[in-house]
Design a protein around this ligand. Structure first.
Ligand code: ADP
Ligand code: MG
Length: 493
């Protein structure tokens, strides 16, 4: 069983099966108003160089001062990754020259990161669970941005991003397919968004992944890897892994060897291209930054942060399965976003949870997808949906009318009960009214009556006609029962 599952992950080459091995380095921008070592704003999208302090511009004599809030977010994230928090860590200088880096070095953490080993659990389609080891999380500064498209003669530099706090999260090489790589990034994004430590906005570059890919024969040691830089969407991660694995397999099967190198993913062409080989790699000459003391944390402070953590996706999923009886799949979909999980709990407050989950997944999410909206800007809130579900459960309105009421509020707003009352949408359970409608349909369709008597399975046609005649308001169970008696169809079972 396990073997066949694993086997399905192998890629078939012309000379036999290959296994993909993936490890990731994710840069997640800390959700902080100020930068890591200066008081300048970390806001995205401002005019170039609007948010640059003397520290960010590396003016002589300026000294960095660590932002306590950013350290707290790194610790929070580490705890959310079930990782070891290192009470003592060190900031190093990573030396390289680039125009968007006026100091000539980046302040980062090298040998002694603030967060050590942790883990992320992936729930894959088909119910399989995969553990991805986290090697470390460290704090570092972002660089500025060179602008080459503003003038034909000059390049410009925008230092707004210079000094913004990043968390670099490094995994073990524990992923084995493009799907697992995408699932990891999705899960990591969900965790940091639950924690509120990073907004996970990949379009704005708040989260970007360097994806390391190698291939090997099943059972063999690790192969030589290539690193694909700055992949900035879930979809591109899958595409990049698939392309890169195929490329490496083709080289190896043709008798070649893989050169360790850094590559970039061209999303338009759907391929990876070489940027630089290992031989051209920088010597960063790391050394402890003499302007900063070692970062020493108090265990009591860490414990306090731990106590303030929200319920995270894994725990919430377990609770939704246990307390609401949801399937692993339904629970997984609902906990993927914290807002969605909160919406579900408000919706399911006093109605049957499975009905609430179905309503949320099919009706609410269906309409949101159609309109390109997210749960946070849903035009109908959980409370209104809850009242629609309650009217349905009480038999006041039919399932069909419930969807109509949702559509009405979706486009025009309004109050569920008032809409039902004002438009006369209350379900007809009065049997004499339903009997009248049944008689009318039977009288108008004598030939169909004979057909149904011979083939009781066709009775559904009559149900449809009666529902139509009553504007969808007849109670379907009552219609069924009355039709069966009237047409002489035996009860099944
Ligand atoms: P470096 O010293 O170059 O930073 P690391 O050992 O820290 O390299 O690994 C960087 C990333 O590459 C990690 O995410 C790790 O899991 C991944 N990685 C390491 N070896 C391999 C390999 N053979 N195949 C795929 N990924 C790998
Ligand atoms: Mg490394």
């Amino acid at each position: 069983m396990a073997a066949s599952k694993a086997a399905s992950k192998y890629i078939e080459g012309s000379t036999g099966p290959w296994e993909i091995v993936i490890g990731m380095e994710v840069h997640a921008q800390v959700s902080s108003n100020a930068k890591l070592f200066s008081g300048a704003s970390a806001e995205f999208g401002a005019e170039p160089n609007a948010h640059v302090s003397f520290v960010d511009a590396a003016m002589p004599g300026m000294l960095p001062v660590i932002n306590r809030f950013c350290v707290e977010q790194a610790v929070r994230t580490g705890l959310g990754l079930k990782a070891k928090i290192n009470l003592e860590s060190v900031f190093d200088r990573k030396n390289y020259f680039y125009p968007d880096q006026p100091s000539g070095y980046q302040i980062s953490q090298y040998k002694y990161p603030v967060v050590g080993e942790g883990e992320v659990m992936l729930d894959l389609a088909g119910g399989e669970t995969v553990r991805v080891g986290i090697e470390r999380l460290h704090l570092e500064q972002d660089a500025g941005k060179s602008l080459h498209d503003q003038s034909a003669d000059y390049s410009f530099v925008d230092l707004n991003r210079a000094g913004v706090a990043l968390m670099e999260i490094v995994t073990r090489p524990d992923m084995r397919s493009a799907d697992e790589a995408a699932a990891f990034l999705r899960k990591l994004r969900a965790i940091v968004r639950y924690l509120g430590t990073c907004d996970g906005n990949m379009d704005e570059g708040s989260m970007r992944a360097d994806v390391n890919v190698s291939v090997r024969r099943p059972g063999e040691g690790l192969g030589t890897r290539c690193e694909i830089k700055n992949v900035n969407s879930m979809r591109f991660v899958s595409h990049a892994v698939e392309f890169e694995a195929r490329r490496q397999i083709d080289i190896l099967e043709a008798g070649g060897t893989i050169r360790q190198e850094t590559r970039q993913f061209d999303s338009r062409a759907g391929e990876t291209r070489s940027m630089r080989s290992k031989e051209d790699a920088h010597d960063y000459r790391y050394f402890p930054d003499p302007d900063l003391l070692p970062l020493v944390l108090d265990q009591a402070w860490v414990t306090e942060i731990e106590r303030s953590l929200p319920e995270l996706p894994d725990a919430k999923k377990d609770r939704f399965m246990r307390d609401y009886g949801l399937s692993p799949y339904d629970a997984g979909v609902i906990v993927a976003e914290r807002e969605l999980a909160d919406y579900f709990e408000a919706l399911a407050a006093d109605v049957e949870p499975k009905a609430a989950a179905n309503w949320l997944n099919n009706e609410v999410l269906g309409r949101l997808n159609r309109d390109g909206r997210t749960i946070a800007d849903s035009p109908v809130d959980a409370g209104a949906n809850n009242r629609i579900l309650k009217m349905m459960a009480a038999g006041t309105i039919s399932g069909k009318i419930a969807k109509d009421v949702l559509d009405i509020i979706w486009s025009d707003g309004g109050d569920p009960e008032e809409i039902v009352k004002a438009r006369g949408l209350t379900q007809v359970t009065d049997t004499s009214a339903i009997e009248k409608a049944v008689e009318a349909v039977i009288a108008a369709n004598p030939a169909k009556v004979e057909e149904v008597k011979a083939k009781p399975k066709l009775a559904g046609w009559f149900v449809g006609q009666v529902m139509k005649a009553t504007g969808g308001k007849a109670n379907p169970q009552a219609v069924n029962a009355i039709l069966k008696t009237r047409l002489g169809i035996p009860e099944e079972g």
